[in-house]
Design a protein around this ligand. Structure first.
Ligand SMILES: [Zn+2]
Ligand SMILES: [Zn+2]
Ligand SMILES: [Zn+2]
Length: 237
């Protein structure tokens, strides 16, 4: 978002802040000093925050603030339509909150390495989605578009050749080198894992599941760390 947009948002955040306190007052909701600190911190920060992250910020202005204060503040902010709950796939067990800008819609790019979240809005893309709905006789109420991947900064930090264990789930890579003795090279080559082969990382938890020419093979992490790969930049899916 550009600076013009930032100014605009700052203004709308100030408006939202006074609107919120006004609504709370009219509904006879008494916010104590600690909850107010949490609310103020939320309006000061234009971000996607978990309750714990908001607590870290709020503690800077109000030492007594604890997680219950932050959670009750967020609950109220959500109830009154100032905060929106988000759960992203790369942080499934965490609920994040962002500002609910009434007249603004945006979608998200999510970096699975550094967890950075980039907001974007593309009118053309919005129109295409609307057309899809219409062609199905479907009335859209809302939609979410989340693109998961690796941000430019994280891409820049990577070495051209890296062990396949560093590749992310869903990434297409080309095997370039196997750092190991003859036995290992033979074992991997029996599985079809030879230099210049293009493979895709399917899962990368304990052992790795790799797709090679349309079939899945499983390899332990120890062995996988010996396989050096290069990103397949023009890999078509
Ligand atoms: Zn959208
Ligand atoms: Zn990143
Ligand atoms: Zn957002």
């Amino acid at each position: 978002m550009n600076s013009n947009n930032n100014d605009h948002r700052q203004m709308s955040n100030e408006k939202a802040r006074s609107e919120f306190f006004h609504l709370a007052q009219n509904n006879n909701i008494e916010l104590d000093e600690r909850q107010r600190a949490a609310v103020n911190c939320f309006f000061d920060t234009e971000s996607h925050l978990s309750a714990t992250e908001l607590l870290d910020l709020a503690s800077k202005t109000c030492e007594k603030c604890d997680i219950n204060d932050v959670e009750s503040a967020l609950k109220l902010l959500e109830e009154y339509g100032f905060a929106k709950r988000r759960v992203f796939e790369n942080r499934e067990d965490e609920t994040l909150y962002e500002h609910w800008h009434l007249t603004e819609h945006h979608d998200h790019l999510v970096c699975i390495k550094c967890e950075k979240i980039i907001e974007f809005f593309d009118p053309q893309l919005e129109r295409i989605q609307e057309n899809i709905s219409r062609s199905h006789g479907f009335e859209t109420l809302n939609h979410k578009l989340e693109i998961y991947g690796i941000c430019s900064e994280c891409m820049g930090k990577r070495e051209p050749l890296m062990p396949i264990t560093m590749a992310a789930q869903g990434e297409s890579v080309i095997i370039r080198k196997i750092h190991g003795g003859r036995n290992l090279v033979k074992k991997l080559s029996d599985m079809g894992l030879t230099p210049d082969t293009r493979v895709e990382v399917i899962t990368s938890g304990g052992q790795m599941i790799i797709s090679i020419r349309g079939s899945r093979v499983a390899i332990g992490r120890g062995m996988a760390s010996k396989i050096f790969v290069e990103l397949d930049r023009d890999g078509d899916r």
